[in-house]
Design a protein around this ligand. Structure first.
Ligand code: ADP
Ligand code: MG
Length: 322
């Protein structure tokens, strides 16, 4: 079973950034309004997420590391959404199979919380602990028992970049949650609870504020909202281009083209606008089931979406130009 766990774990956890994504999403699911991410050594030595969410009981804390121990599937509708969310109830079990885990958690109404340590999927310590309401989960020495995977990790610079990408994506979907990120005890981000515009500015810098053009459209097939940058602030490199569908970051080169093409007469070739576009579509019109850890999505009505995005962005840019 150890081997099975490790194989399954390799599917979910490709690199430190995968752990970061899963832990941040758990904190958000737990209703946290404040989430702190601490890293050591690009997450290779330590990934710790501290939240002020609802916490876990002693029993739930133990159970959370069992495979399929999700507390989030209750109805048939949830099961349907399973497809869109990926590895329900697998993340912590998978991580516990390939790292050293330390958990401290407490429910709001409890006086004392639970402290658990896990190595190789086995609980090696459990005790009562004094800890704030919420959860602190530390993942240490990722892939310590899979040397091939550990050696396969990229440089600290590259792994940190992946983590920051995940962190930014989550932060851009939840502007009303405070996030902070520390790497080797240095503060990298401190994002206060705010609105979307201020969150974008907090991530990309003060200058961004005057560069944003709001985009909003409401149709039968999609609700579209967000921002694009003004044509005079386009960049030579891609990167600050974000599509979110139903609150999940996605990559889609076809829709990316729709945005770029709305700028076609306004910018020189080889330049790219930044954008932060949020699409809300009926869940049954998308298919995220290509691979749960990947970010690609298939849309039923891709062509219609393309047309709507292009027209809306064009219109927004036109309004700003008057
Ligand atoms: P899933 O999120 O798909 O349910 P996970 O393996 O990520 O599966 O988590 C297992 C369970 O552990 C969750 O369903 C939740 O009940 C609990 N859990 C994990 N992280 C937290 C957290 N930060 N706060 C409260 N509960 C948590
Ligand atoms: Mg989860």
């Amino acid at each position: 079973d150890h081997v099975a766990n490790q194989i399954a774990a390799g599917e979910v956890v490709q690199r430190p950034a995968s752990v970061v994504k899963e832990l941040l999403e758990n904190s958000i699911d737990a209703g946290a309004t404040n989430i702190k991410l601490l890293l050591k050594d690009a997450g290779k030595a330590l990934i710790q997420v501290i939240d002020n969410g609802k916490g876990m009981s002693e029993t739930d804390a133990r159970l959370s590391f069992e495979r399929h121990a999700t507390s989030k599937i209750r109805t048939a509708e949830d099961l349907f959404n399973l497809q869109t969310k990926g590895f329900r109830g697998e993340a912590l079990a998978s991580i516990a199979a390939i790292a050293h885990i330390e958990l401290k958690t407490k429910l709001d109404l409890q006086e004392l919380g639970t402290h658990i340590k896990i190595e190789g999927s086995e609980i090696t310590l459990q005790e009562v602990v004094s800890t704030p309401t919420g959860t602190s989960l530390s993942v240490k020495n990722l892939f310590y028992n899979i040397p091939a995977r550990r050696n396969f990790l990229k440089s600290n610079q590259v792994e940190t970049r992946h983590i920051i990408d995940e962190f930014q994506r989550v932060a851009l979907v939840h502007p009303t949650i405070s996030f902070s990120l520390y790497h080797n005890d240095n503060e990298v981000y401190r994002l206060n609870a705010s609105n979307l515009r201020q969150r974008i500015v907090a991530i990309l810098g003060k200058k961004t504020n005057e560069r944003l053009v709001p985009v909003n459209e409401d149709t039968d097939v999609v609700q579209l909202t967000g921002f694009v940058t003004k044509p005079e602030f386009v960049k030579k490199k891609r990167g600050e281009q974000f599509f979110f569908v139903n609150d999940r970051f996605i990559k889609n080169s076809y829709l990316n083209h729709a945005v770029n093409s709305a700028f076609e007469d306004l910018i020189l070739p080889g330049n790219y606008p930044s954008y932060f576009l949020y699409l809300t579509v009926p869940p049954n019109t998308i298919d995220i089931n290509i691979h749960p850890t990947k970010t690609e999505v298939k849309f039923d009505n891709e062509k219609v979406l393309y047309a709507i995005i292009r027209a809306t962005v064009k219109h927004s840019l036109g309004q700003y130009n008057v």
